[in-house]
Design a binder for this molecule. Structure first.
Ligand code: BG6
Length: 518
C-alpha cells in the first residue's frame, strides 16, 4: 500500500522535505511524558497528515505505568487535540495513525524489559508488513540515556554495522559538562554507529535556522561582506518571556548556560560564522560548524571575568501575569545560584572573524519572546558625511528574525526628503507574506530526517563536546566565585544592567527588538 492509504485525502507534502521513509517501528521511551504528548505525537500526526509516513508504520510507547493500548491512544488524542498546531485535528488521519500506536509497559533500567520489547516488535499485528527498520527515541530523563542504549544492545536491538537498521534519537540535555558528554558519547557509540545516533537540538528543525545556509551561501550579495572587513560585530539573542514555570527541578540543576547557550545559541552562532561547506551533505556542514567552535580558544578566567554576565530574575509582572522571583519558584533552592540569564562575548580566532566580537545572550522572564541574529556592519569611511552632526551616517545592520514573526530585514541610510540628513530605512522580507502559511514544526522535520537517516540537522559527537568545552569554562569560573547571591534583573526587563555594560564598554549596545513596546 502507498502512503496515500494511511491518509485518504492527502494535501500536498511539506515542500522540500525529504521523502522515502522506510517501513519502520518507532519506539518512544518516556511515552507518557510531556515531550511525547506535546511534540512527538503531534509531529507524527502531521507527518501522517502530509503523507510522509508509509502505511507500514508502527509507534510503540515504552513507559512505566500500566496502561492498555486503548488508554494510551486516548491520552495521546486528548493532548493532540490541545497541542496540535493545526486545528481542528483531522479525525480520519488520527484514526488511521492511532490504530498503529501500541503501548509497552517496562522499566528503563530493566534489561529484561528490553528483551520482552524485542519480542513484542517481532509479534506486532503488522509485523508482516513492517520492514526491518527501528527508530528508538529517548525522550526520557537524561540519566537513562546510557542504560537504555546498553539494554537495547543487549536485547539485540542495536548494531554498529547494520547500515541504518537501528537508529537512536537522543533528546537534550546531552550531558551536563564535557566529561559526562564524552562518557555518554562512548556509551552510545558502543551500541550504535555514530551515523545512526541523532542528537536533537530542536532549533535545527526550525525553517528559519535552516534558512541561514540558504541565505548566506545561496546569495552572492552577502557572502563577500561576511567577514571582519565589513562586519563590526554580531549579536545573537534568545529571549523568553516565560519563567521556569513547572520545570524548576530540572532548571535549577541546569541554568541558562547549559539549557540554552550550549545548544540553541551555539547552533545559531556556528551557522552564522561557519565557512562555506564543501557540499551540503551532513558531514561537510557539521565539519564547518565544529571548526568555528574549535577556533575559539578556551577562555581564561581573566577573560571571562570581564566578558560573561549571569543573573537571576526577581519577581514581578509580565503583562498581567505575576511571576515569582526565581528563588521562589517551585522546586528551586531558595539560595540557588543558578543563572536564568547569561550574556557572553566570544571571539572566533580565524581568518574571517579575527577581531569581530560575537555577543550572545539568553534569559527567562524577559520583556519579550523573540530569537534574532543581528549583524552590525562597519560604518563607511567618514570622509563625506562626518563633518557635521546632522549629516551623521548610521551603521547598516541586518536583522535575522528566527521567531516569532519570522523575517529578515536590512536597513540602510536614505536621504530624508527636503533635508540634508540621512535616516535608516528598512527593507523587509517576511515569511508570512512571501510563503504559504504552513511552517512545519521543528519536530516534524527532525523526525522525518531521523527516519531516513539524514544527519545534517542533528548535533555530531565532536560538536557537542566542543560546545561543552566552552560552557565548562564559564562553570569553572563560577564555581570558584564565592558569592551568596547573583545579580537580579527585573522580570519583564531585558536582563541586568551588566549585560548592557558588556557592550557599552566596547562602544556598542544591544539592538532593540521590534517586539519591545517603547
Ligand atoms: C528548550 C529549553 O530546549 O528550549 C527551554 O529547555 C526553552 O528552557 C526552549 O524554553 C525554547 O525553545 P523555543 O523553540 O520555544 O524557542
Amino acid at each position: 500500500m502507498s502512503s496515500a492509504d494511511l491518509v485518504p485525502s492527502c494535501p500536498p507534502m511539506i515542500s522540500n522535505a525529504p521523502t522515502g521513509v522506510p517501513p519502520t517501528a518507532a519506539v518512544i521511551f518516556g511515552a507518557t511524558g510531556d515531550l511525547t504528548h506535546r511534540k512527538i505525537i503531534p509531529a507524527f500526526y502531521h507527518l501522517a497528515k502530509n503523507c510522509l509516513l508509509p502505511d507500514d508504520f508502527a509507534i510503540i510507547g515504552f513507559a512505566r505505568r500500566p496502561k492498555t493500548d486503548d488508554e494510551f491512544r486516548k491520552d495521546l488524542e486528548e493532548t493532540l487535540r490541545k497541542f496540535s498546531h493545526t486545528q481542528p485535528v483531522d479525525d480520519k488521519v488520527w484514526k488511521k495513525l492511532s490504530a498503529r500506536i501500541y503501548y509497552f509497559q517496562g522499566e528503563l533500567d530493566d534489561a529484561e524489559a528490553y528483551k520482552r520489547l524485542a519480542q513484542k516488535l517481532k509479534n506486532l499485528p503488522e509485523s508482516a508488513k513492517i520492514g526491518d527498520s527501528y527508530l528508538f527515541y529517548l525522550a526520557t530523563a537524561p540519566t537513562y540515556f546510557g542504560a537504555a542504549a546498553q539494554n537495547l544492545a543487549a536485547a539485540g536491538l542495536a548494531s554498529k554495522n547494520d547500515g541504518g537498521r537501528y537508529r537512536l534519537i537522543v533528546e537534550k540535555p546531552f550531558g551536563e559538562d564535557l566529561k559526562s558528554a564524552q562518557e555518554l558519547n562512548r556509551t552510545l557509540q558502543s551500541a550504535f554507529a555514530e551515523k545512526d545516533i541523532f542528537r536533537i537540538d530542536h532549533y535545527l528543525g526550525k525553517e528559519t535556522v535552516q534558512n541561514l545556509i540558504y541565505f548566506r551561501f545561496g546569495n552572492s550579495i552577502y557572502e563577500p561582506l561576511w567577514n571582519r572587513r565589513y562586519i563590526d560585530h554580531v549579536q545573537i539573542t534568545v529571549a523568553e518571556q516565560v519563567g521556569v514555570e513547572s520545570r524548576g527541578g530540572y532548571y535549577d540543576q541546569a541554568g541558562a548556560a547549559r539549557d540554552m547557550l550550549q545548544n540553541h545559541l551555539f547552533q545559531l552562532f556556528t551557522l552564522t560564522a561557519m565557512e562555506p561547506p564543501a557540499s551540503l551533505d551532513a558531514e561537510s556542514i557539521r565539519d564547518e560548524k565544529v571548526k568555528v567552535l574549535r577556533s575559539i580558544s578556551t577562555p581564561t578566567p581573566e577573560y571571562l571575568q570581564k566578558n560573561v554576565v549571569r543573573a537571576q530574575y526577581g519577581g514581578g509582572y509580565i503583562g498581567n501575569k505575576a511571576i515569582p522571583a526565581y528563588r521562589q519558584e517551585e522546586r528551586v533552592d531558595h539560595q540557588s545560584l543558578t543563572e536564568t540569564f547569561v550574556a557572553v562575548r566570544f571571539e572566533v580566532d580565524n581568518w574571517r572573524w579575527h577581531g569581530v566580537p560575537f555577543y550572545l545572550r539568553t534569559g527567562k522572564a524577559l520583556a519579550a519572546q523573540f530569537t534574532e541574529i543581528n549583524i552590525h556592519f562597519k560604518r563607511p569611511p567618514s570622509v563625506l558625511f562626518a563633518a557635521s552632526a546632522d549629516k551623521k551616517i548610521h551603521r547598516n545592520s541586518l536583522r535575522i528574525r528566527i521567531q516569532p514573526n519570522e523575517s529578515i530585514s536590512i536597513n540602510f541610510n536614505a536621504k530624508i526628503p527636503g533635508k540634508d540628513e540621512a535616516e535608516l530605512v528598512n527593507m523587509d522580507f517576511s515569511y508570512k507574506s512571501s510563503f504559504a502559511n504552513y511552517l512545519p514544526e521543528a519536530y516534524e522535520r527532525l523526525l522525518v530526517d531521523a527516519l531516513i537517516g539524514e544527519s545534517t540537522l542533528f548535533t555530531r559527537a565532536d560538536e557537542v563536546e566542543q560546545a561543552w568545552r566552552l560552557v565548562d569554562s564559564l562553570h569553572d569560573l563560577w564555581s570558584k566565585q564565592k558569592i551568596k547571591d547573583l545579580p537580579l534583573y527585573a522580570c519583564g526587563s531585558m536582563g541586568p544592567v551588566e549585560s548592557d555594560l558588556l557592550l557599552e564598554r566596547d562602544g556598542r549596545h544591544w539592538t532593540r527588538s521590534r517586539e519591545l513596546k517603547s
